[in-house]
Design a protein around this ligand. Structure first.
Ligand SMILES: [Zn+2]
Length: 296
């Protein structure tokens, strides 16, 4: 085969080729170019979880320095209590929509504007982001103090001021007890039918006073950085049956990524810091004790 290429190229270079040879050579060059482009296209687009994202070729996935997921070590977080001026509280405004779930390779996603998240400094709104989708990873992508959770939901938002590429809010779920999680009941039901869906069921309160925050990236190609990440420290419970629903799709399914989950491997924190915003209300528990101690 290579001898044919050599003969054709040699003939063209030394102008010995007849018209048929030139056409053949032209077609071969075109086919080779198409094959090369197709390979590049597949390398970029046909990514999978067989090695948990370690082989993704996008530049940010390979060489980014602010990638997600991460492990949040409690000992190294920077605490920002609500008594400090740099404290921000979060406020969700949810909207209910009739939706069906979008499924695909490693995907179980609800796509709709399910409301917005306001970042509040005192009573001033400092950032507003619109929810564009909510999706799931099992097992969890991010870890808390070395712990992986059974399931992680990512609420993906777009920053209205476009300072950040995305805003992502992560919620962890863990198997505990026999009481079904009401929100996940809806999530699972949506596989077979259109449902009225709101993220509000996943929250006890629309005010989020305690959370982890760091700068990161999308956890799937192209791993775009400058994403504003928030992780909820309040772990939701779920039943084993509810977890099985996700495990059957991914981590327990040998035809999906050789039985791996749809979770990217942990990324280094590098020079980044994780802020831990916590409400003064938590400190109020200890305040009376401190006051008593002060008078002893
Ligand atoms: Zn995600």
């Amino acid at each position: 085969m290579y001898a044919v290429y050599y003969h054709l190229i040699f003939s063209i270079l030394f102008k010995k080729a007849n018209k048929l040879y030139r056409i053949k050579a032209f077609l071969i060059v075109i086919l080779m170019a198409v094959a090369l482009l197709a390979n590049l296209f597949l390398a970029v687009w046909a990514w999978d979880y067989k090695v948990n994202g370690n082989d993704w070729v996008d530049p940010d996935c390979q060489d980014g320095t602010k990638q997600t997921p991460i492990d949040i070590e409690f000992a190294s977080v920077i605490e920002i209590p609500s008594s400090e001026t740099s404290y921000f509280k979060l406020h969700f405004e949810f909207e209910e929509h009739e939706v069906s779930v979008t499924t695909g390779y490693g995907v179980y996603r609800f796509i709709e504007n399910f409301g917005k998240l306001l970042v509040m400094q005192g009573s001033t709104e400092s950032m507003t982001s619109e929810i564009v989708n909510a999706h799931f990873h099992s097992p969890s992508e991010n870890h808390l103090n070395g712990k992986e959770y059974d399931l992680e939901m990512h609420i993906v938002m777009e920053d209205e001021s476009e300072v950040y590429s995305h805003v992502v809010y992560g919620v962890f779920f863990q198997v505990q007890g026999e009481i079904e999680n009401e929100f996940l009941k809806d999530v699972i039901k949506a596989k077979d039918s259109k449902i009225n869906f709101s993220l509000e069921k996943a929250f006890d309160s629309l005010e989020i006073l305690e959370y982890y925050q760091f700068m990161g990236s999308l956890t799937t190609p192209p791993c775009t950085e400058n994403a504003f990440w928030i992780l909820d420290p309040n772990i939701r419970s779920m039943t084993q049956d509810q977890l099985d629903f996700f495990t059957e799709m991914w981590a327990g399914n040998s035809s999906f990524a050789l039985g791996k989950g749809n979770n990217r491997e942990l990324q280094g924190l590098g020079s980044r810091k994780v802020n831990y915003y916590l409400s003064f209300a938590i400190n109020l528990v200890f305040a009376p004790i401190l006051i008593v101690l002060a008078f002893i």
